[in-house]
Design a protein around this ligand. Structure first.
Ligand code: NIG
Ligand code: FE
Length: 403
């Protein structure tokens, strides 16, 4: 049973804690047995049974649960660096999308890529995310938008999950936009989603969640009801891209349908906040998307004060958030969402675990949970999130193994 000692500050992030309390313990130790945490506490309380066990020295550093990036679009073909320039010259994200760029252009590049190419590219991102201390990643499809290419993306995720140390949680986002070839007959695509794609994804166990982008230029509330209804019927849990660029009632629908999470929420209404508070839905904040699109940040303080848990994730994708740097997103959540470091860390660990329905095994360093942790070269949580460096993570333990 290995024991990690000489931890200047340990953040345990227990699942039942209020979000503002990350369960910090100074001068701590952690022990694990196989892939499971067996003991955490002040080092001075380490039980005698552990004192003869192999000790690893954390170098008087911060130790946190392995980070969970609970919202990414990890697998995609191409990039969209030219759009970055167009936006800087004044074109909006929606204008670029309306002229055939945006998500549709990545759909073209993804359809044209082989599974091997897509897998190689996603793997490079996963390697870098793991080095930052990220041990679990939710990953959406949504750049295939037809039978063959949606399944292709999800098969890439299945393979990577088997081969890579990072655990993947796949989400079916076939309802990302209406594919260009269905623009004049969108009801046919909704039928394809509900009658063929969702049943196939569920039957092959290719996704745990179904997501939909509710927005002008994407899907209407009525279409979302049909798609999410079919997903529920086939045993998928629900997520919603809601109220990102305008208030479209997405948060209200997410609450009404008991979605596990409502994501983005830059334009959520007060009514939407109350609805999420009653339904227990997790709000997923995506500060990098607000940064890159010069959009408002979601009202994290109002959500937290209303009792809505707020996760923090990257939204990594080639358009609105071309970065997988979760610690950067966390520092932005502190600065631009007025979340404290403890609220933010819980948002990227225990609350993020709730957003992917893994709150009984991941996101917390407590006995019985999976031994996923990161050693951070900072003496405290406050110091880490305040003093931004490219990568403060020095070691990662994944399921009891050093990476
Ligand atoms: O979460 N809003 C919809 N989907 C992504 C953007 C995808 C893209 O621009 O390629 C998002 O921001
Ligand atoms: Fe997204």
């Amino acid at each position: 049973m290995p024991v990690l000692v000489n931890i200047s500050q340990l953040a345990t992030c227990p699942p039942g804690n209020p979000q503002q309390d990350a369960g910090l313990i100074d001068h701590a130790a952690v022990a694990w047995n196989g892939d499971t945490v067996s003991w955490v506490g002040p080092q001075s309380d380490l039980p005698a049974e552990f004192t003869d066990e192999p000790e690893i020295d954390a170098g008087n550093r911060l130790v946190i649960p392995g980070l969970i990036d609970c919202h990414t679009h990890l697998c995609f073909g191409g990039w969209r660096g030219d759009e970055f320039q167009w936006r800087l010259e004044g074109a909006s994200y929606q204008e670029i999308a309306a002229s055939g760029g945006g998500i549709a252009s990545t759909v073209g590049a993804t359809r044209a890529s082989s599974p091997e190419e897509l897998g190689r590219k996603a793997r490079m991102a996963l390697d870098a995310m793991l080095a930052l201390g990220v041990t679990t990643v939710e990953c959406k499809s949504g750049y295939g938008l037809d039978y063959e290419n949606e399944l292709k993306q999800l098969e890439v995720y299945r393979r990577l999950d088997q081969e890579h140390a990072v655990d993947l949680v796949p989400t079916f986002l076939g309802a990302h936009i209406i594919p260009p070839e269905y623009r004049d007959r969108r009801e046919d695509y909704i039928r394809l989603l509900c009658e063929e794609l969702i049943p196939a994804v569920a039957e092959r166990d290719l996704a745990r969640f179904c997501d939909i982008f509710i927005e002008a230029g994407a899907y209407t509330l009525d279409e979302a009801r049909a798609v999410l209804g079919a997903a529920t019927h086939h045993g998928l849990k629900l997520k919603v891209h809601a109220d990102q660029l305008s208030n479209g009632g997405g948060a209200l629908l997410a609450a009404e349908l008991g979605a596990v999470s409502a994501e983005h929420l830059e334009y959520i209404s007060n009514e939407g906040i109350d609805a999420l508070a009653s339904s227990g839905t997790v709000a997923v904040s995506l500060p990098l998307a607000s940064l890159y699109l010069s959009e408002p940040y979601l009202p994290a303080r109002k959500l937290l004060d209303a009792g809505v848990p707020v996760a923090v994730a990257t939204d990594f994708n080639p358009g609105s958030a071309p970065s997988f740097h979760l610690p950067l997103a966390m520092t932005l959540a502190c600065i631009n969402q007025s979340m404290t470091p403890q609220e933010t860390l819980n948002g990227a660990t225990a609350i993020a675990a709730r957003a992917v329905s893994l709150q009984n095994s991941r996101g917390s360093l407590v006995p019985g949970f999976v031994a996923d942790l990161a050693i951070i070269d900072a003496p405290t949580l406050n110091q880490w999130l305040y003093h931004f460096v490219p990568n403060a993570c020095t070691e990662v333990l994944k399921a009891g193994h050093w990476i």
